[in-house]
Write a protein that binds this ligand. Structure first.
Ligand SMILES: *[C@@H]1O[C@H](CO)[C@@H](O)[C@H](O)[C@H]1NC(C)=O
Length: 484
């Protein structure tokens, strides 16, 4: 009698532990909506209310959760002719009807997101910068770039019924008037992102430097005066006055702008105000790093792949949040674990022993069901390729705990070759879900793996092309290093 009582208690104890040992972060949705069903399917039940992060109530026991891996040797995700095909899809979305405007996606009915047939200030600036980056000569992209510069000038002549034209997110194609419906406003990342693209173009085509300076001056004056003002995040959902994405990209705009002001504008006073604001912003970025080295987007949106996109877009090769920094690694590792648990497609891959992880926007995303995004999956691959390139030329990881974390993510030792293989594992996994040639939708369904939401999203193509370019740099560095 006594014996069986003890056995029963310890069994119950063991059962409770298997569930209570799972941290909130590690909860993987077992997808049963009632406590009875959940338990009878061998899962754990723990109500969470309120539940702002959409933590599952019914979740797998620790032993039933699989760890994702990025192990793999290099395996080219897209051949060079496929890259050209992607570039065609990309360029079809630029300079719509000769307006210079970039359509977010040529899709009038994306499902929950509605019509994407508009020009977003952010997407346009990022896409035109990507076009410039992948071009082998200025002549190849000059017409589209010139039209875009015309459009940027034209946009500031618009009267904005919604507020300040500098922070208007979205415009009608092709007439260029601001979208007049309700939207998340203001969005403060546009001026800095546009300035970066304008300066990059002026660098390649000095004849437009004077025109670029007039625009850059206005945009960076806005950043200096207003970088701490409240606004929406790049996903147009939450408000803050301190997003990592905004600040890290603004810092780059200001530092480049400081040089541009001195050289092109012959304006010492702006040159110094831009650089001093950049330094102030730089010190504020430290507040985004938690004690593990993980970088969060904002206090109200902690785990967000916008930070990885920021590492890529805001990088200046000057060491701050460089690809092998503790912060870049810990953020990449943290987000990989998050999405490994959060998306069934990633758990399926882990169970099958397939390398590669698809990345979404942020923890608890529920837009269109909350899915992996192509553009962010490409962004994660880009970071790994940049890590590979840095390591190939002799860079190393100074922080030993970060090195350890990265090595367990790779499932092998950290080397340039293995980092390249990890980036490939991500892109090859993403590629496996393309079912309409190389056309890419905004999202990949978290459960079924079907392409979903906006068709032919321009930012996808920009990021896949940038990833493949970063891969080229990494593999060239590897070849050069090996042949030495
Ligand atoms: C800062 O933002 C305010 C509000 O949108 C605007 O009125 C002001 O002109 C901006 N400052 C600069 C220098 O652009």
């Amino acid at each position: 009698m006594m014996q069986s009582f003890i056995v029963a208690v310890s069994l119950l104890g063991a059962r409770a532990d298997e569930c209570s040992d799972v941290s909130v972060f590690d909860k993987v949705d077992c997808k049963f909506g009632s406590e009875d069903e959940c338990h009878s399917n061998g899962c754990c039940w723990q109500p969470v209310d309120p539940n702002p992060d959409n933590t599952p109530w019914c979740y797998f026991k620790a032993a039933d959760v699989k760890t994702c891996s990025l192990a793999g040797s290099p395996q080219e995700p897209f051949t060079s002719s496929e890259v050209l095909e992607v570039r065609k899809l990309f360029e079809a979305n630029l300079d719509i009807q000769g307006s210079g405007m970039v359509v977010a996606a040529p899709d009038h009915n994306t499902g929950p997101g509605g019509d994407y047939y508009y020009a977003w200030m952010r997407d346009g600036a990022l896409s035109m910068h990507a076009l410039l980056q992948i071009a082998t000569s200025v002549a190849e992209v000059e017409q589209k770039m010139d039209h875009w510069v015309d459009w940027v000038e034209r946009s500031y002549q618009q009267i904005d019924p919604n507020g300040d034209i500098m922070t208007e997110p979205k415009f009608n194609i092709p007439d260029g008037t601001p979208f007049s419906g309700g939207w998340c406003r203001p969005q403060n990342d546009g001026p800095g992102l546009r300035a970066v693209t304008l300066m990059a173009y002026a660098d390649k085509k000095p004849a437009i430097a004077g025109r670029a300076w007039e625009l850059v001056k206005m945009q960076l004056d806005w950043v200096v005066a207003n970088y701490t003002s409240n606004g929406c995040d790049l996903w147009e959902e939450v408000q803050s006055n301190d997003f990592f994405w905004n600040r890290f990209t603004m810092r780059k705009a200001l530092l480049l702008g400081s040089k541009f002001a001195a050289e092109i504008g012959k304006d010492e006073s702006r040159a110094s105000s831009y650089s001093s604001t950049a330094r102030t912003i730089e010190s504020s970025l430290r507040d985004h790093i938690d004690d593990q080295g993980f970088v969060f987007e904002s206090t109200n949106r902690k785990m967000d792949t916008a930070v990885i996109e920021a590492f890529n877009v805001g990088d200046m090769g000057d060491g701050l949040f460089s690809p092998l920094s503790k912060e870049a690694i810990m953020t990449l590792v943290g987000l990989t674990k998050l999405y490994c648990n959060e998306y069934d497609v990633n758990q399926q891959a882990a169970k099958a022993g397939t390398s590669g992880v698809l990345f979404g926007r942020y923890k608890g995303d529920s837009y269109d069901g909350g899915n992996p995004w192509v553009l962010l999956t490409a962004s994660a691959a880009t970071l790994l390729y940049r890590q590979a390139a840095a390591m190939a030329v002799g860079g190393n990881i100074e922080d030993s705990s970060a090195a350890q974390e990265l090595s367990s993510l790779l499932g092998q030792k950290v080397s340039a070759q293995n980092l390249l293989g990890a980036g490939d594992a991500i892109l090859n996994r993403m590629r496996a879900f393309l079912t309409n040639g190389l056309h890419m939708n905004e999202q990949i369904d978290r459960n079924s793996g079907l392409l979903t939401s906006a068709k032919d999203l321009t930012w996808n193509y920009a990021n896949v092309l940038k990833a493949m370019q970063a891969r080229g740099v990494a593999s060239q560095s590897l070849v050069a290093f090996v042949s030495v």
